[in-house]
Every structure is written in structure tokens, then in C-alpha cells.
Design a protein around this ligand. Sequence first.
Ligand SMILES: *Cc1c(COP(=O)(O)O)cnc(C)c1O
Length: 341
Amino acid sequence: MEKKNIDWSSLGFGYTPTDYRWETRWHDGAWEKGGLTTDSTITLSEAACVFHYSQSCFEGLKAYTTRDGHIVTFRPDQNAKRMQDSCRRLEMPVLPVETFLEALDATVKANAAWVPPFGTGATLYIRPLMIGSGPQIGVAPAHEFLFRLFCMPVGSYFKGGVKPISLQVSKYDRAAPRGTGHIKAGLNYAMSLYPTMEAHRAGFAENMYLDPATRTYVEETGGANILFVDQDNNLIVPKSDSILPSVTRRSLVYVGEHYLGLKVIERKVKFSEVKDMKECALCGTAAVLAPVGRIHSDEGDIYLPSGMDKIGEISGKIRETLLKIQSCEIEAPEGWIRRIL
Ligand SMILES: *Cc1c(COP(=O)(O)O)cnc(C)c1O
């Protein structure tokens, strides 16, 4: 198979239509058979539920090439299950895990020429989504739904080496207690766009959100979970019902515990404790792990001891170990790697 003529190392994180995507529709109580299509557009009624009442959720994962030339994905069953959780909370039909994986395999295979070669730092980013596609004017769930999975090559998050980023504590809230923070709903992103742009305009990479009820505890950022390393080299994982369960975070924590022998403590983390932490990092599919060097709030700036020049020691170790597991350089826990080609 001949690869597309792309300068893989200069790719950013943006949309490129590839040759194939996979689609199925739900109506009258069942999913259609579904299959690949070359049409990158979706035609919908002006009354489609998604346009008015934001009935939508999505997922994000990657496929990449290993050293020995195989194309693999990382824990896609976790994305399939999380999408089911999102759908249940949004009154959308659940897509079977097997159908999600069938769509994934078929789309990645059909677009194999777009999967970046090993060693380029680039990956194939995969975006599954579901929307309420049927017309709906009274406030109620749609009667028809559309699931689509498409993909595009994207560049590595860090060009020219991993660099610590700066966060600010947002004065806005991300997700209400007992709301939808724990699912991957498009609506969570709609309301975070304004605070995100405000953070960017002020020179910060991301917002750190606190719990809305008391504004005392650390939750997460707009699109990534937060991890800390304390003075005793324990991995500290903020706990809250409104944090999105990141597959990357759960994997990093597993790697910390089982591959590196770290102690993992999942608990509520007060913002007032952050100044005593040794390291802080964001985690999500895009960057895997991004070190945080500085956190700005009304009370001033916290500079993590790991500094603004390089990744902290523990963060660096868990990041490297997970990257090696993902690229099959070291053995993955059972079921983590799905070989597609
Ligand atoms: C998608 C997402 C993450 C990261 O999850 P991964 O499964 O690791 O990619 C973290 N926080 C939010 C709010 C998200 O939407």
C-alpha cells in the first residue's frame, strides 16, 4: 500500500478529509447495517434535534504504525463503552461495542494510506460521533440518530520536544455537580469555548476548573484530566463525579502503579494543596501527558518545582512508559492494543 504524499512531520491538529468514513443510522428501534462511504458531508433536516437541543456526543482516539509496520489502536473498547455511557445520559440509543469496533477497523483499514509511518510523531486521529438527526421541535429526544466515524492524520502535540505549559484557574465552571461532566457531550465543550478563548487571550494554554459547588477542589481542564505527583512521589488523582474518565489518565495511572511501582492515591484534591505538589500534568489522547509548569489564580502564581523548561521526573517516566506500551516497544497489559493491520 502506497502512503499519501504528506509531510508527516509538519502536520498540525486539524481536519483533513480522508478517503472513507463509516456511518449507520438508527430509526424504528434499530440500527441499520452501516458501512463505509466516501461522502464527507452529512445532510440533515433544519429541524434536526442536534441543531436545537445539542443532542450529541463524541469520542477521540488514535491509530498509529508500530516499528514492525503494524497499524494498531489503543484500548478502543474503552471509547466504545464510554460512548455508551454518554448516550444513556443523553437519551440516545446505545451502539454495541462490536459495531463501534467494526466501524473503527473498517475505517482505519480503508484509510491505511493516511496512517502516518512509524517514527514521524504523527498519528491517525479518529473521531466517532453520534447526533440526534431526526426532526424535533418540541423539547424531547430525537426519533432518528446518526453514528459516524471518520479519521485524519494529525501531527505530534509537542513539536521540538515536550515543554511545560501554563494554566489559569478559571472563574467559570465546566460541569455542574450531578450534571454531564462525566460524559463526552458536545454541550460540555460549547460552554467551555468562551473560557478557553479567554485563557488563550491571557496567554494560558488551558483552564484549570474547580468544583462549582465549593470552588475548593481541583476538577480538570476543558479537554484533559489533571494528575499530580506529591513530595513522596505518589501519583495523586483528583476524584470527582463531574470529571470525564480519561482513558489516557486511567492508563497512565495503571502504568505508574504496575510498571513503575508508584503509589496511586485517588482522592479529592484541594486547590490549596497544589502549591505543595512536586509535579502536575494534563492527560488526554492528544498529548498523552503534558507537563504543567505554572498555575495562575487570583491568589498569585504557583510554579511547580519541575520548572518551565522540562518535564518532571515522574511525569516523564510514566509518559515514556505509556508511549512505549502504545507503540508496542514494551509489552502492554492484556487487551490494550488492538491490531488492525
Ligand atoms: C476527552 C476528554 C478527556 C481525555 O480523555 P482521553 O480518553 O484520555 O482522551 C479529558 N477531559 C475531557 C473533558 C474530555 O472531553
